[in-house]
Design a protein around this ligand. Structure first.
Ligand code: BEZ
Length: 211
């Protein structure tokens, strides 16, 4: 299934390392990150899952649940999780889907047959609290993802959802943001009481509004 930004994230039920879940129930009214891994017991994936486990507080602060997937089975996941805990000095604290029948991988188009017929690529979906897809990125199997970047994108998406702002290139939490073009100049002082700069009529910035 081809999914695009703005589409409703399809719901599913799946077996995971933490029991059977319904995706929508798991997300509740928060945000979500669904990310796939080529296979269990592989080196890059091991470091990725350890990294995500260590970022638990950061995802929680953003009211965001994480959910991993690989096409290996539950027994394999269990053994691999204890390796991850041991080698990455952490505890995997989120579910990993055991997608042996590839139901979820196919639903989210995570298998790219010209890359590999049997395994998922490294897909990432960020899902908003309206259950719509806000971001899709696809990495090759050989490149571990930058999860700090995913947190940065969640910060940006949540700012956009709550205020009429966007974030400029390389923006980081705490830096000025861009006022949405739809906001009229005369409405800016009321909406952005911390002040603003007009660099060009179409490029107006303001301090990050939620600090
Ligand atoms: C890995 O996770 O280390 C990996 C998986 C598939 C291909 C290459 C690397």
């Amino acid at each position: 299934m081809t999914l695009r930004l703005g589409d409703l994230a399809p719901n599913f039920q799946a077996e995971t390392s933490q029991g059977k879940i319904d995706f929508y129930e798991y997300l509740g009214d928060g945000w979500g990150v669904l990310f796939s891994h080529p296979a269990d017991y592989t080196p890059v994936c091991t470091t990725e899952l350890g990294t995500v486990a260590k970022l638990k507080d950061e995802f929680e602060k953003r009211n965001t649940k994480v959910l991993a997937l690989s096409v290996d089975g539950l027994e394999s996941h269990k053994g691999w999780i204890s390796d991850i805990n041991e080698t990455q000095n952490t505890e995997v604290n989120f579910p990993i889907i055991a997608d042996e029948d590839k139901k979820v991988s196919e639903l989210y188009d995570m298998i790219h047959p010209n890359s590999n017929e049997n395994f998922t690529v490294r897909s990432v979906f960020i899902i908003g609290n309206d259950k719509k897809i806000k971001l899709i990125i696809t990495y090759p199997a050989s490149t571990g993802r930058n999860f700090e970047e995913l947190l940065r994108v969640i910060d940006s998406l949540q700012l956009t959802a709550n205020y009429s702002v966007a974030t400029p290139a390389n923006w980081k939490h705490g830096e000025d943001v861009v006022i949405a073009p739809a906001i009229k100049d005369e409405d800016i002082p009321g909406k952005f009481p911390k002040g603003h700069k007009v660099i060009k009529p179409y490029l107006r910035t303001t301090p990050q509004p939620n600090l």
